[in-house]
Write a protein that binds this ligand. Structure first.
Ligand SMILES: [Fe+2]
Length: 170
């Protein structure tokens, strides 16, 4: 009886959220979003040539969405009684477009990892878990888009030829 009580207690504790750990993860995420906001913004300033036509706006809007994520994270930190950091994660600089995209991809992948840790750490706190999942999905989309921009997605085509469906005339 004593042993099973102990075991029950241990199982219950595994489901209880560790607020200190969650706050550490949220502050890591905040550092990454600050860094992403600044890094993307600098890229929007620096991109030149014909690429500027497309990438200046892309970098600018990615910067805004990173700062928006930072705002939500900072609010959550205070909700849990923590102090939001003012220190960004390492910002990497480049004047070469391909290298910029590569640096952004690295940062988005780091963000995705941190949010995935957050999902585990949120345990059974459903709203907080949802928050981390939402942020993780956001990063997941950014990672996929950057991989496509860097031509890293290999699409396998097995059909020899693709036939378009015929449209019946009325
Ligand atoms: Fe992102």
């Amino acid at each position: 009886m004593r042993i099973s009580n102990k075991m029950e207690k241990a199982t219950m504790e595994a489901h209880i959220m560790d607020t200190k750990q969650v706050l550490q993860i949220l502050n890591q995420a905040l550092q990454i979003e600050y860094a992403a906001g600044i890094q993307y913004l600098q890229h929007s300033f620096l991109v030149q040539g014909i690429d500027r036509r497309v990438f200046a706006d892309y970098f600018r809007s990615q910067s805004e969405s990173s700062f928006n994520q930072a705002k939500q994270i900072g609010d959550h930190i205070v909700n849990l009684g923590g102090l939001p950091t003012v220190e960004p994660y390492a910002i990497k600089q480049s004047t070469d477009l391909k290298e910029m995209l590569q640096l952004n991809l690295e940062l988005e992948r780091t963000g995705l990892k941190v949010y995935q840790e957050g999902i585990k750490a949120a345990a059974e706190d459903t709203p907080l878990k949802f928050f981390f999942e939402d942020q993780a999905y956001h990063e997941y989309q950014d990672v996929n888009e950057l991989e496509k921009l860097l031509d890293q997605k290999k699409v396998s085509v097995t059909e020899k030829e693709v036939q378009l469906k015929k449209v019946k005339s009325a």
